[in-house]
Design a protein around this ligand. Structure first.
Ligand SMILES: *Cc1c(COP(=O)(O)O)cnc(C)c1O
Length: 460
């Protein structure tokens, strides 16, 4: 038989849609599927096998192959892709794992507004329209001193919106060292261009002075912009003006000073042996007029971008058409509000997971690892070791926190990592020098049982 005739005979043995739908295994697996969806799926899988035959793939039992594919696809449809993951990487704000897990209280508040009605745009007292931002604005005023705040989809949207609303058609002055790429294609010069503002770079890569900004101000200038170096550092012979100096210059020329702060911490990072990450409060205090920051990096809430600052400017930003396009939904607003309430009550270190992880005591982590170790089947390859955890999320690059973890010696760490990753629950380890490490700092309370069971199953 030539290749062509065997291909033809394979194509001829492709089953009909009804044939596959009548298969007993397909029928028993698909009882919960909509009929039309199932028919569509079967057509897709028959087409898939047809393409494989046309590509010359030798398929032994064509009908069985289609049925197998259909059953695998049904299983996939029934299993959410966003399953629970145990983060044992030691990276706290892990971009690939969804950045910050929110507190129990924030998760409850988000679930509550998602499944019920809420007075999202209604003042309960008066029965009149309004209120979307009032609670969050008030809490941020108390926490940071900012007159007003607006919550949008994420910080990228916050920066884009602030520049569009305040600077479109005008020049924006930025230090050459801050014309940066944040990641995921977010480049400050491109964002500026997209907002309709024109970038005027001043200074040099390593040194920029207040007089550089001053010399660049013209009647075309719309704002001074400063961008936090989230994911890199410039060290050595460097100079950047203080925010207060820039603020003074901006004020004297009646220009707004806008800051893209990135993480936007509300708490000080230095007590935990990390270097200083600028806080929102500091920016406002030093005279920044509009500060943009993320809700799901060091704030520890759901994905959001927050714009805080002078009331008249926040009102101008809120009134821009893009504000409606990028506004935060009710679940994000509920989650941010509940996250801020932790800072208001002063229990963020205990309740906000990102901060509980940052502030976790070394001895507590070591004991936690010893406890895990005692529940793993006797195995000389598993040891409790000192590790290094990191903040992640583009914050405090290169800095680590001393931590503790389980180290598993294995001939093939990649294979063991894959076994852990594809288990239920999925466990994400960290591989270092051919050792597989499970860092205790980023494992959430309540995930221990799953972690131990997963490791025991993987080591069997
Ligand atoms: C992370 C970051 C952004 C983007 O924020 P998202 O919340 O991811 O949209 C923008 N600017 C800086 C300086 C950042 O660190």
């Amino acid at each position: 038989m030539t290749a062509d005739t065997s291909r033809t005979s394979l194509l001829r043995s492709l089953p009909s849609v009804d044939g596959v739908l009548g298969n007993p295994d397909v029928r028993s697996d698909s009882v919960q599927l909509d009929r039309d969806v199932l028919t569509q799926l079967v057509r897709q899988r028959i087409d898939g096998v047809r393409r494989r035959i046309l590509h010359g793939e030798p398929i032994e039992h064509v009908e069985d192959a289609v049925v197998r594919d259909v059953i695998a696809s049904i299983a996939q449809l029934n299993r959410p892709r966003l399953i629970e993951v145990i983060n044992a990487t030691g990276v706290i704000v892990h971009t690939n794992l969804g950045r910050a897990p929110v507190s129990e209280e924030a998760a409850e508040a988000m679930a509550r507004v998602a499944s019920r009605y809420s007075p999202l745009e209604l003042e309960i007292e008066t029965g009149k329209r309004g209120g979307r931002m009032s609670e969050i604005s008030q809490m941020l005023r108390l926490l940071t001193g900012a007159d007003a705040s607006l919550v949008v989809n994420n910080n990228a949207a916050a920066v884009m919106l602030a520049l569009s609303a305040l600077c479109a058609g005008n020049e924006v002055i930025l230090s050459r060292s801050q014309a940066v790429e944040i990641g995921g294609g977010f480049r400050i010069p491109d964002v500026l261009a997209q907002s309709g503002a024109r970038l005027v770079e001043v200074g040099t890569t390593n040194r920029t002075y207040v007089r550089d900004y001053e010399a660049a101000i013209t009647d075309q200038t719309g704002a001074l912009l400063t961008v936090h170096w989230s994911n890199f550092r410039i060290v050595g012979f460097t100079k950047q003006p203080l925010h207060s100096e820039l603020a003074e210059l901006a004020r004297s020329r009646s220009l707004p000073l806008i800051e893209d702060l990135g993480s936007g911490s509300l708490l000080e990072t230095t007590p935990w042996g990390l270097s200083h990450e600028p806080t929102v409060t500091e920016s406002i205090k030093s005279g920044v007029d509009v500060v943009c920051f993320s809700g799901d990096k060091l704030l520890g809430g759901p994905q959001a971008g927050i714009i805080s600052g002078r009331k008249d400017l926040i009102e101008q930003i809120s009134a821009h058409p893009l504000a409606r396009a990028v506004r935060a939904d009710k679940t994000a607003l509920a989650g941010i509000a509940e996250t801020l309430r932790h800072y208001i009550r002063g229990d963020a270190l205990e309740r906000v997971p990102v901060w509980r992880m940052i502030s976790a005591d070394g001895e507590f982590l070591r004991l936690r690892c010893e406890e895990w170790r005692s529940q793993i089947y006797p195995n000389d390859d598993v040891r409790v070791v000192e590790t290094r955890a990191a903040i992640g999320g583009g914050s405090l690059p290169g800095e680590t926190l001393p931590s503790w973890g389980l180290s598993i010696a294995t001939a093939n760490p990649d294979r063991l990592a894959r076994t852990l990753r594809t288990g239920v629950p999925a466990i994400m380890p960290h591989i270092e020098d051919d050792r597989l490490i499970l860092d205790a700092r980023t494992v959430l309370p309540g995930q221990e049982t799953g972690l131990i069971a997963g490791v025991n199953a993987a080591l069997q």
